[in-house]
Design a protein around this ligand. Structure first.
Ligand SMILES: Nc1ncnc2c1ncn2[C@@H]1O[C@H](COP(=O)(O)OP(=O)(O)OP(=O)(O)O)[C@@H](O)[C@H]1O
Ligand SMILES: [Mg+2]
Length: 372
């Protein structure tokens, strides 16, 4: 049996132990990803973390330094881009300015000498899907940013490849159009049933679009999971802080156990114990230093008698739908997302409850999540 035959067909994209160095600079380290057919994989992480490099390795635009890439069960690691059965949409649309929209979309087919009537049929079908039928005779200069973006996608869609690759395709659009196009790309994915790999540095885009999210930092894959896993079971402090806005609060704490149960002690000006049965899953010795993670939405304002803790308010920010209350934790601070109207101002004491199940612990050194 050949290696190709052993390859399980269950993955449309499989990346094994991929590494990439530019000279002596390590850009990607031991990346392993398995993506099921019809999936929407988002590669997300801060600027410079290696997202585009990874996408370019998948596309064959960059050579890999080590590891293997399979697309649709076929090893493509050494193949040039045109033999990989992929289509790519970049951040800059790079449409041909002298060609009409129809000619732009059909260009790849023309080069491959595909019959004229097939070209026409495919362009019409894709134009309908993208709702740009009325624009086919126009030149790119006569289109809005969002319309150009759709034409660029049309060019990829007529290819009907095993895998679509997108590198920040919405970053040239204004905020409102981004949100609209985000929903459209997601619908397009659902309608076509195609497999998408999508690069973004925007965590909201990642959460709303992806069926699978790969969080990268410094060239390392931090976590690969569903949006729910990434948000509710972050592998480490990096993932916990990257996903969510405002980000998860991370506070220094000490683990302990007494007759009331497992707790962590935080500093709220004076030492204060926060109890949760869920902390037992961290399996720690008493007095272990830890990092406590609390999402802003885990706080709830309550009457003094029901309070888990009472804190001094450092700052109040009203965003319209929410109030962000910045809370005084001694040398540290945390942000709570609370409702409107909000009756307090900076300097007041506020009574809060934190759902015990919504607090998570991380190792103070390795920053890996400890609680289940
Ligand atoms: N040809 C190159 N030679 C040397 N270093 C490179 C080269 N291309 C990229 N890099 C480096 O590799 C790292 C990853 O770059 P990459 O473009 O993949 O980041 P990114 O995650 O896509 O960032 P952004 O969100 O800014 O697009 C960066 O530190 C970058 O400087
Ligand atoms: Mg990039």
């Amino acid at each position: 049996m050949t290696a190709q035959a052993i390859q399980q067909p269950s993955a449309i994209l499989r990346i094994d132990h991929l590494k990439k160095t530019f000279g002596t600079t390590k850009v990607l380290e031991d990346i392993n990803i398995d993506m099921p057919p019809g999936g929407f994989l988002v590669l997300v992480g801060p600027s410079g973390c290696g997202k585009s490099t990874l996408l370019n390795c998948i596309a064959g635009l960059e050579e890999t330094s080590a590891g293997h890439i399979h697309i649709d069960g076929r090893e493509v690691t050494e193949l040039p881009p045109r033999e990989r059965d992929i289509a790519m949409v970049f951040q800059s649309y790079a449409l041909y300015p002298t060609m009409t929209v129809r000619e732009n979309i059909a260009f790849g087919m023309k080069v491959r000498r595909i019959a004229k009537d097939v070209q026409t049929e495919k362009v019409d079908k894709v134009a309908k899907l993208l709702k740009i039928e009325q624009l086919l005779h126009r030149k790119p200069s006569q289109l809005s940013g969002g319309q150009r973006q759709r034409v660029a996608m049309g060019r990829a869609l007529v290819r009907d490849p095993a895998l679509f690759l997108f590198d920040e395709p919405l970053s040239n659009l204004d905020a409102k159009l981004r949100v609209e196009m985000r929903a459209e790309i997601k619908q397009l994915h659902e309608k076509t049933g195609a497999s998408f790999v999508y690069v973004t540095h925007d965590q909201v885009e990642a959460m709303t679009m992806g069926s699978q999210i790969a969080v990268l930092n410094n060239g390392y894959l931090q976590q690969l999971g569903t949006p729910d896993e990434i948000y509710n079971k972050p592998a480490n402090i990096f993932v916990a802080s990257f996903m969510g806005s405002p980000p998860m609060n991370i506070l220094s704490a000490t683990y302990g156990k007494d007759e009331q149960g497992c707790y962590v002690e935080v500093n709220t000006g004076a030492p204060h114990k926060l109890y949760s049965a869920h902390f037992a899953s961290a399996n720690l010795l008493p007095n272990t230093p830890v990092k406590l993670g609390i999402r802003p939405e885990a706080f709830e304002e309550v009457e003094a008698a029901q309070a888990t803790l009472s804190l001094n308010l450092k700052l109040v920010e009203i965003t319209g739908a929410d109030t962000y209350a910045v809370l005084d934790f001694g040398d540290e601070k945390a942000t709570a997302r609370l409702g409107v109207p909000f009756a307090h101002s900076a300097g007041d004491t506020i009574h809060l409850h934190i759902d015990p199940k919504q607090m998570m612990l991380f190792d103070a050194e390795s920053e890996q999540r400890l609680t289940s």
